[in-house]
Write a protein of this length. Structure first.
Ligand SMILES: [Zn+2]
Ligand SMILES: [Zn+2]
Length: 889
C-alpha cells in the first residue's frame, strides 16, 4: 500500500532528511561580503544566556527572526542572521557550587546542547559568525574597550553606595534592581553597602541618549518612554543659600526658582556633608539623623523613596535666601537623596505637594507667592501649576512664572550665586562585580605606588588578562579571584615592582553592549571588529527580543555605540533601527516555571509534532507582540494543517511539475500574456508528455484521474467565475496580505490564518484540480506559491515540497512571490435597487458584500438620492447578493 504510506505526513522523516542536507551546506545561511550588490539586511534576535535548555520564549523569539530572515533572503537581500551566547554570569558559578563542575565546562556544554536544539528547529543562523562572550578572543575586547574608556576619562573608580544582592553575593547596577529586589532574585531585597567600585561614565551621554530617542521611530513607544523616564532629565536652577554665621554655602537644585520667595525652609539629605558637621556638635541631632538615614535606607531597599512616610528634624541652624537675605530654618529630611541633584532643596510648601505635606506636619510657614492668572478659585494651596503670576516676591511681582524663572536665573548668574542647570536621573554605570565568571577588569595596583594611590592600567600588549580556569568557588564574599595568588600577584608594568591585580570582574551587560558588532567580523584577532564591515551592516535593521531589556541592555548598547563612535570605530549613533519586543509564552494563564509545573519543553513538542508545527504554532496562536498561551491542542491542529498542505501538494505535484518550463513565463505573473506566449505554452506542454509520464510513474502517482484530463491549456482568463480565476484571486490576495505584514504590521497570526484559508479553497477545488479544470501552469503557480508563502514559517516542509514540485535550488533563494493587484481584485456584482417596488437603479458592490455595505451603496446612488430627496425612507430591505428594496413615504 505505497499510496497510503505516501499520504501520511511524516515530519520526523522530512525534517531528518533536510537537517542532513542543510548540515552538509554550512554556507547556506552565510552573508555575502560588503561588496555584494544586493541591499543588506541585518536581522538579529537577542542572544541567549546558555542555561542549557531553550524555553518556549526562545523558540518564539527565534522563530520570528528566522521567518523575517528567510523572507528577506527570498526578497533578494544580503542577510546577516547570526547567533551567539551571553555566556558569562552567575548561574555558571552557582552550578559550579552545586555540581562541582567548572563554570567554563558547564557553560560550554550548555552551549552545545542549546545549539543542537536550535539546529533541530531549523533556525537559519550563520554559525561561522558565532560569538561566545566567555572566551578570551571575545572578552579581551571588553578589556580593550575598558582601557580606551579609561584613557578618555569615561572610566573611574570611587567609593559609593551600592546595591548588594545577598543571594548573588555581588553588586547590582541600578538597572538591575526591580522594586527593591534583585532582577535575578525577585524575592531577595537588595541591600545598600559602601564599596570601591568601577564606573562607566554613561552620564556623559545622557543628553544625547535622550535626544536620540526622538529619531528611533522604529522602536516601540513604550520602550522609548521607559528610557526617557529612566534618563529623567530635569531643567532647573542651582542656587546657593548662605549659611548664617559661616562662609559655607548650601547649593540647592530647584525646577521652580520662580517660587523662591515662598521658600520657608532648606532641607538637606541625611548624608549631606553639612549635616555631618552639624551633628558632630549635637549628639541629639546625630541620633535623629541616624534614624532618618536608616528610614531612607529601608525605603531605598523597598525600591521607592518617593513613597516614604516623611520625617525630618530641624537642625537649629539657618540659611539665607540669596535674593532677599531672608533667614530660613535648615531641616534634615528622610526623603531627600544625596545622589539626586545636590542633596539639598528649598522647601516651598505653597507650591509643592510634598513640601506642603511636610510643612503641615511640622508647622512650617506656608507662604503663597504664585497666584493663578484667571480663576482665583484655583488658588487653593498647594498651587503647583506654572500658569500664574508672582506675588509677595518683591521686584518680581506681576511676572509670569516663565518670565520670573529666566530673570531670577540671570540674576543668580550675574551675582554668581547660582546658574541654570540640567540634571539627570540616570547615574553612571557601576560595572564592578565581586564574582568569578566575568571579564577581569584590566587594572592593577602597584605595591610601590609608582602612580600614587591610583590604579595602573594593564598595557594592551598584555591583553587579554585571562580568567584562571582552576578555581575554587565559594560564597565567602569578595571576589573569588582574590583567593587565586597566581592571578592576583603580578608585576607593575610601569616600574617592575610587585603589584596586585584588580579582582573584580565586569558586569555581564558589558558583554552584550557590543556583541552584535563582533558578528560582522567574528574572527578578528587584531581589533574588536573591522570598521568597514560594521559600517556596511549597521545599524541593525531589525532587532527582536524581550521588553525586559528596555532599560538595561538597550540603554547600555546605545551608550556603547556612541563611545565607539567617539573612538572612531563606527559612524552610526544608534545600533538598532527597528526594535520589536515579542510577548511572553505562558501556559494556563501563568508564566512558565518549574515551580508551577507548567513548563512546555520545545524538545517534546518537536518530537511529537515536528519543528515546523512547533514554530508555526508560535506564529498562529497570538499576534507576536502579545502573550501566547501555549495549548498543545493548537500545535496538534497546526500539524494536521501541515499534513493537509503536504497531501494536497504531493497529490497535484505531477501536474505542476509538468508545467515547469511554462513557469518561466508565469514568473512575474504578467497578466498581459500574448497569444504568442499562449501558443508557446501549449506547444511546450504537448512536447513533454512522454517525459511527464515517466516522472509521474517514477513518483507512483498511479491514480488514473491524475494522468487523464490534464490538457495543459490555460483556463480562459477573462471568466472571473472559473476555478482558475477564483483560486488565483485568493492566491494573490494571500500574497499581498503576507507581504504587507512582513513589511510592517507583523500580524503573523493572521498570515498563517490566510495561508490556511488559501489551502481550504484549494482543497474545496480538489475535484476540479484532479479533473484538469485548472490548467497545469496555474496549478503550478498555485502550489509553488503556496510553498513559497509557507517557507518563512515552516522551512522543512517548504524545502521538501519545493523539491517535490521540481523547484530549482534552495527555496531559501527562490524569489518571494509578487501579488498582481488585477488578479487579486474581488469581482463585483450588480444589485438592483427598487423604490416602492419600482426598479430605480443598479449598484455595483464587491461580491460577498454584507447587507450594511449594500445598503450604503444603494443610498449613496445618485438616482436613488434624487428619488428620495425630501422624503422619508421608512424601510430598507436588503437581500444580500440579490436586491435592495426601499419603502419611501
Ligand atoms: Zn540576586
Ligand atoms: Zn609601579
Amino acid at each position: 500500500m505505497a499510496d497510503e504510506k505516501e499520504l501520511r505526513y511524516d515530519p520526523a522523516a522530512i525534517e531528518e532528511k533536510w537537517l542532513k542536507r542543510w548540515a552538509a551546506d554550512p554556507k547556506l545561511y552565510a552573508a555575502e561580503p560588503a561588496e555584494s550588490n544586493k541591499p543588506k539586511y541585518y536581522v538579529l534576535e537577542m542572544l541567549p544566556y546558555p542555561s542549557g535548555q531553550l524555553h518556549m520564549g526562545h523558540v518564539r523569539n527565534y522563530a520570528i527572526g528566522d521567518a523575517l530572515a528567510r523572507q528577506m533572503w527570498m526578497r533578494g537581500y544580503n542577510v546577516l542572521h547570526p547567533m551567539g551566547w551571553d555566556a558569562f554570569g552567575l548561574p555558571a558559578e552557582n552550578a559550579a557550587l552545586k555540581n562541582n563542575t567548572p563554570p567554563r565546562e558547564w557553560t560550554l556544554s550548555n552551549i552545545a546542547a542549546m545549539k543542537r536544539q536550535m539546529l533541530r528547529l531549523g533556525l537559519g543562523y550563520d554559525w561561522a559568525t558565532e560569538v561566545t562572550t566567555c572566551l578570551p578572543d571575545y572578552y579581551r575586547w571588553n578589556q580593550w574597550f575598558f582601557l580606551r574608556m579609561y584613557e578618555k576619562g569615561l572610566v573611574y573608580r570611587k567609593k559609593s553606595k551600592v546595591n548588594w544582592c545577598p543571594e548573588c553575593a555581588t553588586v547590582l547596577a541600578n538597572e538591575q534592581v526591580v522594586n527593591g529586589c534583585c532582577w535575578r532574585h525577585e524575592e531577595t531585597r537588595v541591600e545598600q553597602r559602601d564599596l570601591e567600585q568601577w564606573f562607566l561614565r554613561i552620564t556623559a551621554y545622557a543628553q544625547e541618549l535622550l535626544d536620540g530617542l526622538e529619531k528611533l521611530d522604529g522602536w516601540p513607544e513604550k520602550v522609548r518612554t521607559m528610557q526617557r523616564n529612566w534618563i529623567g532629565r530635569s531643567e532647573g536652577t542651582e542656587v546657593d543659600f548662605g549659611l548664617e554665621r559661616s562662609t559655607d554655602k548650601i547649593r540647592v537644585f530647584t525646577t521652580r526658582v520662580d517660587t523662591i520667595f515662598g521658600a520657608t525652609s532648606v532641607q538637606l539629605a541625611p548624608e549631606h556633608p553639612l549635616v555631618a558637621a552639624f551633628a558632630e556638635a549635637d549628639a541629639k541631632l546625630k541620633a535623629q539623623v541616624a534614624e532618618l538615614l536608616e528610614e531612607q535606607r529601608k525605603a531605598r531597599e523597598a525600591g521607592d523613596v518617593g513613597a516614604i512616610e516623611k520625617h525630618g528634624v530641624a537642625t537649629g541652624r539657618f540659611a539665607l535666601n540669596p535674593y532677599n537675605g531672608e533667614r530660613v530654618p535648615i531641616w534634615v529630611a528622610n526623603y531627600i537623596l544625596m545622589d539626586y541633584g545636590t542633596g539639598a532643596i528649598m522647601s516651598v510648601p505653597a507650591h509643592d505637594e510634598r513640601d506642603f505635606e511636610f510643612a503641615n506636619k511640622y508647622g512650617i510657614e506656608i507662604r503663597q507667592v504664585i497666584r493663578p492668572v484667571q480663576d482665583e478659585n484655583r488658588a487653593k494651596l498647594p498651587f503647583c501649576a506654572e500658569d500664574g503670576v508672582l506675588v509677595n516676591s518683591g521686584a518680581y511681582n506681576g511676572l509670569t512664572c516663565a518670565e520670573a524663572q529666566k530673570r531670577l536665573q540671570k540674576v543668580a548668574a550675574q551675582q554668581e550665586f547660582g546658574e541654570a542647570k540640567v540634571i539627570f536621573r540616570l547615574k553612571d554605570w557601576g560595572v564592578s562585580r565581586q564574582r568569578y565568571w566575568g571579564t577581569p577588569i584590566p587594572m592593577l595596583y602597584c605595591l610601590s605606588h609608582c602612580e600614587g594611590d591610583g590604579p595602573v592600567a594593564v598595557p594592551d600588549d598584555q591583553l587579554p588578562v585571562i580568567l584562571p580556569e582552576k578555581i575554587e568557588i565559594t560564597q565567602q564574599g569578595g571576589s573569588p579571584l582574590g583567593r587565586v595568588p597566581s592571578f592576583v600577584n603580578t608585576t607593575c608594568p610601569k616600574c617592575g615592582s610587585p603589584a596586585r591585580r584588580e579582582t573584580d570582574t565586569m558586569d555581564t551587560f558589558v558583554d552584550s553592549s557590543w556583541y552584535f558588532y563582533r558578528y560582522t567580523d567574528a574572527k578578528n584577532a587584531k581589533a574588536p571588529f573591522d570598521s568597514a564591515a560594521a559600517q556596511y551592516w549597521f545599524p541593525i535593521d531589525q532587532y527582536i527580543g524581550g521588553v525586559e531589556h528596555a532599560i538595561l541592555h538597550l540603554i547600555y548598547s546605545r551608550f556603547w555605540t556612541r563611545m565607539m563612535r567617539d573612538l572612531g570605530l563606527v559612524k552610526n549613533d544608534e545600533p538598532v533601527r527597528r526594535l520589536f519586543t515579542q510577548g511572553m509564552v505562558i501556559k494556563d494563564g501563568a508564566k512558565m516555571s518549574k515551580s508551577k509545573g507548567n513548563v512546555v519543553s520545545p524538545d517534546d513538542m518537536v518530537a511529537r509534532y515536528g519543528a515546523d508545527a512547533t514554530r508555526m504554532y508560535a506564529f498562529f496562536a497570538a499576534p507576536p507582540d502579545r502573550d501566547l498561551d501555549w495549548q498543545e491542542d493548537g500545535v496538534a491542529g497546526v500539524s494536521r494543517f501541515l499534513g493537509r498542505v503536504w497531501r494536497l501538494t504531493t497529490k497535484h505535484a505531477a501536474q505542476a511539475r509538468s508545467a515547469s518550463i511554462e513557469n518561466d513565463v508565469l514568473k512575474g505573473h504578467d497578466s498581459s500574456r500574448t497569444e504568442e506566449q499562449m501558443t508557446v505554452l501549449k506547444e511546450n506542454d504537448s512536447s513533454r508528455t512522454e517525459e511527464q509520464e515517466t516522472v509521474l510513474k517514477g513518483h507512483d502517482f498511479s491514480r488514473a484521474e491524475e494522468r487523464e484530463g490534464n490538457s495543459g491549456a490555460l483556463a480562459p482568463e477573462g471568466n472571473l467565475a472559473s476555478p482558475s480565476a477564483k483560486l488565483r484571486r485568493k492566491l494573490h490576495q494571500t500574497i499581498a496580505k503576507i507581504t504587507q505584514d512582513f513589511e510592517g504590521r507583523w500580524h503573523f497570526n493572521t498570515c498563517v490564518a490566510a495561508i490556511m484559508e488559501l489551502v481550504n479553497e484549494l482543497q474545496d477545488a480538489d475535484a476540479q484540480l484532479a479533473a484538469g479544470e485548472v490548467s497545469k501552469p496555474v496549478v503550478r503557480e498555485l502550489l509553488t506559491t503556496l510553498v513559497l508563502l509557507l517557507a518563512p514559517f515552516a522551512p522543512f516542509l517548504a524545502a521538501e515540497l519545493w523539491e517535490e514540485l521540481g523547484g530549482e535550488g534552495s527555496v531559501l533563494h527562490a524569489p518571494w512571490p509578487k501579488s498582481d493587484p488585477e488578479l487579486a481584485r474581488e469581482d463585483e456584482i450588480e444589485i438592483p435597487v427598487q423604490i416602492n417596488g419600482k426598479l430605480t437603479a443598479v449598484v455595483r458592490v464587491a461580491a460577498g458584500s454584507d447587507a450594511k455595505v449594500i445598503e450604503t451603496a444603494a443610498l449613496a446612488n445618485e438616482k436613488v438620492r434624487a428619488r428620495t430627496a425630501g422624503k422619508n425612507v421608512a424601510k430598507v430591505i436588503v437581500v444580500p447578493g440579490r436586491a435592495v428594496n426601499l419603502v419611501v413615504k
